[in-house]
Design a protein around this ligand. Structure first.
Ligand code: FE
Length: 156
């Protein structure tokens, strides 16, 4: 760990606190009651992080999962109102134009130990939400693929 990281002050924003733990990595805690994607997006925007990845765990009281219907290229949103373990949130971070895009998927554990999973559209942290953000060394962009109806990495 470099001296600059060791002496970095803690960071805070709308619904989150964070600390840089490596030159290219942050721990981020999302507050109970905060919408997790809004908080993580606020963290990324305020810190100027436009490429990398996010992973973490926690608990939620509400979540909206989204399913992409390939036939219609449309999205189906399904809300779930219950206390659930956020057993995993994994996402990638990229720029699209001048926007920072966080694309996140989640696995949610219910009280009967069954799991829900899907594209995460929204979730309200209830308890803890603790995340690790790894920043890429190079800027990464996404472009809309009209044939698939999806925003995909533009790596060529
Ligand atoms: Fe997705």
């Amino acid at each position: 760990m470099t001296a600059s990281v060791a002496t970095d002050p803690g960071l805070a924003g709308a619904g989150w606190t964070a600390r840089r733990v490596k030159p290219d990595a942050f721990l981020v805690s999302v507050a109970s009651g905060a919408e997790v994607l809004a908080a993580l997006n606020d963290f990324l925007r305020t810190q100027g992080i436009g490429s990398g990845r996010v992973s973490g765990i926690g608990a939620v009281s509400r979540a909206v999962l989204r399913f992409f219907n390939f036939a219609t290229k449309g999205y189906v949103d399904q809300p779930f109102e219950a206390q659930m373990e956020l057993s995993n949130l994994t996402g990638n971070i990229a720029r699209k134009g001048d926007q920072i895009i966080l694309h996140a998927h989640a696995t949610l554990g219910r009280s009967d130990y069954t799991a829900l999973a899907g594209h995460l559209s929204a979730a309200t942290i209830h308890g803890a939400g603790e995340f690790f953000v790894i920043v890429s060394d190079v800027p990464v962009f996404k472009v809309h693929n009209d044939a698939l109806g999806l925003d995909l990495y533009d790596l060529a």
